[in-house]
Design a protein around this ligand. Structure first.
Ligand code: ADP
Ligand code: ASP
Ligand code: MG
Length: 465
């Protein structure tokens, strides 16, 4: 068995779904289990509907729900056999009626809880997986739709739920392989349910994680992540378009890149795959002939020092200064206790005798954090910063990497720098305004020459053409 996960753009329309069907069909003998994201930008649209509801914009949310229904109905009708149209309409009616009731309830309450966010955002994957399963039938393949909430069991941390692995693996092993024997199993990514059946989600971009959990649970031979780029590229294509395809990379490197902003992979994806040692492939659903990126457990010998450059935008740099605490022990503990209490993760840290600088990317509770920190220190904040993170196994063995970075970024103000404890990354903070320039010059510095065993020089250029 293999798991094939298709992201939002890969199922954004009838045409895209037809591409999915033909990609899966060509691999049918490997007994694929298909995991799909919501169609296109559906998750964002569902969240916009929820926000319109609690703001009391009734006409808006009613119109937005209608648009979403029209969109799903229009695309689905193009890929669903005539004989199934009545059933399709009935199912769409059911889902959209339920959604409307839920949204009206929110409008009355005027409050959006993490639990209701999950209930609403789950409709994207529930609809897409159902539609894709019908599409297989249209093209003559037997398919089975499995509601992911039956098999992915999570804790109660709504919008960021973690799988309960033992129970989830047990259910996956029981439910999926018998169905996959003679059918294509189709399920939604991103969603799950608590043990008592309340709908949860694994966090934005979580369908990659679902694919990996499913792969581990059924003992798949491979997990394929089909998306809209040729694979992991040497730089984020939304910032720098001249990147090259990385052909092969280790789990550790891929995890680090994902954590530091390479959206092509959800950061948790590698966890189940590493545990069961299942290779993960990143592939382009618009160019299935391209080999993509292969993520493997062992480190990959490479002549280049760096494998890829990841970036995280919209970072806030927090500077905490305390002369009173000069040389006092317990200063760091007090600081981190505050971040812990307000559930605000910290990405990078730099310390001096009397001050600590750190970065955060979720400013939701920053005002509360700041108020607490101000009780025992002076705090200043700088918004619109970015983390740039060079990742590569060889960074740990190669002297002079920092010197090359400083040289390449001669004219850019580096606000903070840290060599990660894992030794395979070198990260620094620059102002967002300098980000593009910084990535361009770093790319020139580290990727002017490419090890052909690891990189495909033409990959990204072809994709852009
Ligand atoms: P999907 O909907 O298929 O899950 P995502 O939008 O979540 O797709 O992830 C794919 C996107 O990740 C790409 O379109 C690209 O803009 C972005 N991305 C960021 N960094 C990288 C990188 N290093 N290599 C490839 N893609 C990247
Ligand atoms: N549809 C979800 C999201 O947009 C999950 C995913 O696409 O991976 O975040
Ligand atoms: Mg994604």
């Amino acid at each position: 068995m293999i798991v094939m996960k298709f992201g939002g753009t890969s199922v954004e329309s009838a045409t895209a779904i037809e591409r999915v069907v033909s990609i899966v069909k060509a691999r049918a003998e490997r007994r694929p289990v298909v995991v799909v994201s919501a169609m296109g930008k559906t998750t964002n649209k569902l969240l916009a509907i929820a926000n319109a509801a609690i703001a009391g914009h009734r006409a808006d949310y009613i119109a937005q729900i209608q648009d979403l229904r029209d969109f799903h109905s229009r695309e689905a009708r193009l890929v669903v056999p005539l004989s199934e149209r009545a059933e399709l309409d009935r199912t769409l009616d059911e889902h959209f009626q339920e959604l409307t009731e839920l949204v009206k309830g929110l409008a009355i309450l005027g409050e959006l809880t993490p639990r209701s966010i999950d209930a609403i955002s789950s409709y994207g994957e529930r609809l897409s997986s159902y539609i894709v399963s019908l599409a297989f039938a249209h093209y003559g393949m037997k398919a089975e739709h499995v509601d992911a909430r039956r098999v992915i069991v999570t804790d109660h941390r709504h919008t960021q739920a973690a799988p309960l692995y033992t129970e989830t693996y047990a259910r996956l092993a029981r439910v999926i392989p018998p169905l996959a024997k003679d059918s294509i199993v189709v399920m939604g990514g991103f969603i799950g349910a608590t043990e008592d059946g309340v709908t949860t989600t694994l966090g934005r971009g979580g369908s990659d994680f679902t694919a990996s959990i499913v792969g581990a649970g059924i003992g798949a031979e491979e997990i394929q992540i089909w998306t809209d780029v040729d694979g992991m590229l040497t730089a984020d294509p939304t910032i720098f378009s001249g990147g090259h395809r990385v052909k092969i990379i280790s789990f550790a490197e891929a995890a680090e890149l994902a954590y530091f902003g390479a959206k092509v992979l959800h950061p948790a994806t590698v966890i189940p795959a590493v545990e069961k040692n299942i290779p993960v492939l990143i592939l382009n659903s618009r160019r299935p002939e391209v080999e993509g990126t292969r993520i493997v457990s062992e480190s990959v010998p490479c002549k280049n020092t760096v494998k890829s450059i990841a970036c995280k935008r919209k970072i806030t740099l927090v500077n905490i200064h305390s002369t009173r605490m000069l040389m006092a022990h317990g200063f760091l503990k007090r600081i981190f206790d505050v971040f812990e209490r307000f559930e605000t993760p910290v990405d990078m840290v730099a310390t001096s005798e009397v001050s600590v600088s750190l970065t955060i990317d979720n400013p939701q509770r920053l005002a509360e954090v700041c108020a607490e920190l101000c009780q025992f220190s002076e705090v200043s904040m700088e918004e619109s910063q970015a983390i740039v993170c060079l990742v590569g196994d060889n960074i740990r063995f190669t002297p002079g990497v920092a010197a090359r970075v400083f040289h390449a970024l001669e004219s850019v103000n580096i606000r903070m720098i840290s060599q990660g404890a894992s030794l395979l990354n070198l990260s620094f903070v620059v102002a967002e305004a300098d980000l593009k320039r910084a990535v361009e010059s770093l790319h020139r510095e580290f990727f002017s020459q490419l090890d052909p065993a690891v990189f495909d020089a033409n990959g990204a250029a072809d994709a852009a053409a």
